[in-house]
Design a binder for this molecule. Sequence first.
Ligand code: ZN
Length: 101
Amino acid sequence: MANKWDERKKAQEEEYFVKKERELLAKMKAKQEDEAKEAAKKASYMKCPKCGDSLKERSFQKILIDQCVACHGIWLDAGELEEVAEKEGGSWLGKFWQKNA
Ligand SMILES: [Zn+2]
């Protein structure tokens, strides 16, 4: 009888460790996937959509913009164009934005 009890206990313990191991593996996998996603996001964020070269952060009118080091194209994040346009209400940029809003 004692043997049967021990076997059951052992099986429960094994089940517990298998479960823990599975949880750990799932956590590790999720972490790896997150890191890969983050790296892919960063890689695409840092590249010029026009020529594929690197973008460098610059400050323009106190707004952070991304400028390509090769073709000097300027990339604005969502909301940044509105900010520039607001500051430059009377300029071509302000008019351009109002027309397209
Ligand atoms: Zn470029």
